[in-house]
Design a protein around this ligand. Structure first.
Ligand code: ADP
Ligand code: MG
Length: 246
């Protein structure tokens, strides 16, 4: 397929008219594996939320090969409420629920698949544990099992490996690579530059505006990273209102 999985044209996303993502254009090929890198506050989560349709562009447009409700999406960990008294298996099963639709029903086959997904992420025997009792790494494994069950063609991950142990991040990176091998389109926000360089063929480097988007070795250069940091140091709460967004 030559049409991209996702394309952005002059995308600007604002909060109270202050741009968090500014005039970004480019596209994600079907089957590509892309890291999103950039300093804190660079607009990485904002970009993903816009791609998911949670935030509307102030300017420009986003085109998607399939509706965003069919994307697999893992928001940044802090956004997920774990105090909800739900078991591991029920959390995983909601992945199938997204696919089947709320009234599609979850049968024995789906629960069996959920069990297999838990085994695939190393959580066999955790089915009945409340999610609130899991370590950060175990909870992230649970969310990956849910993504496995959802079986989405486009998967969007916001900091999937932040604040989890290295063993877990290695296991989960192996799953990301498997998704890539299966031809899915995968995008992940990452902070660890070594992980980006070792595992992600494509990188989108952002500091509100796009610094680079393309093959990782061409994007993650010393100069580009310095430029991203320099831009981040200049940000303050009085950033100018974007003319096009007003
Ligand atoms: P990143 O994920 O790269 O760390 P974010 O996309 O979370 O960055 O945030 C980009 C900018 O937008 C930051 O300056 C942040 O403070 C601001 N921002 C994020 N969410 C909101 C919000 N809900 N309301 C207002 N400003 C926000
Ligand atoms: Mg973020």
């Amino acid at each position: 397929m030559n049409t991209p999985a996702i394309s952005l044209r002059d995308l600007t996303v604002t909060y109270n008219r202050h741009p968090a993502v500014h005039h970004v254009s480019g596209s994600l090929a079907h089957g590509s594996l892309t890291a999103i890198a950039g300093p804190n506050g660079a607009g990485k989560s904002t970009l993903l939320r816009a791609i998911m349709g949670e935030l509307k562009p102030a300017e420009g447009e986003i085109r998607r090969a399939i509706p965003s409700r069919d994307f697999g999406y893992l928001p940044q960990a802090a956004d997920i409420n774990r105090r909800f008294p739900v078991s591991v298996i029920d959390t995983v099963v909601t992945g199938a629920w997204k696919r089947a639709g709320a009234f599609g029903g979850i049968g024995r086959a789906e629960r069996q698949k959920a069990g297999e997904a838990l085994a695939a992420v190393g959580l066999e025997g955790f089915e009945q544990r409340p999610i609130g009792s899991l370590s950060a790494g175990q909870f992230q494994r649970t969310l990956f099992a849910r993504l496995l069950l959802q079986d989405a063609a486009i998967i969007i991950l916001d900091e999937p490996f932040t604040a989890i142990d290295s063993r877990t991040s290695e296991d989960l990176i192996a799953i990301v690579r498997r998704w890539h091998g299966e031809g899915r389109t995968v995008v992940a926000v990452l902070h660890d530059h070594d992980q980006v360089r070792s595992h992600f063929p494509q990188t989108l480097l952002i500091a509100r505006e796009l610094i680079g988007w393309g093959p990782t070795a061409e994007v993650m250069t010393h100069d580009n990273l310095r430029r991203a940091r320099a831009l981040a140091e200049r940000w303050d709460d009085n950033a100018p209102v974007c003319a096009v967004a007003s």
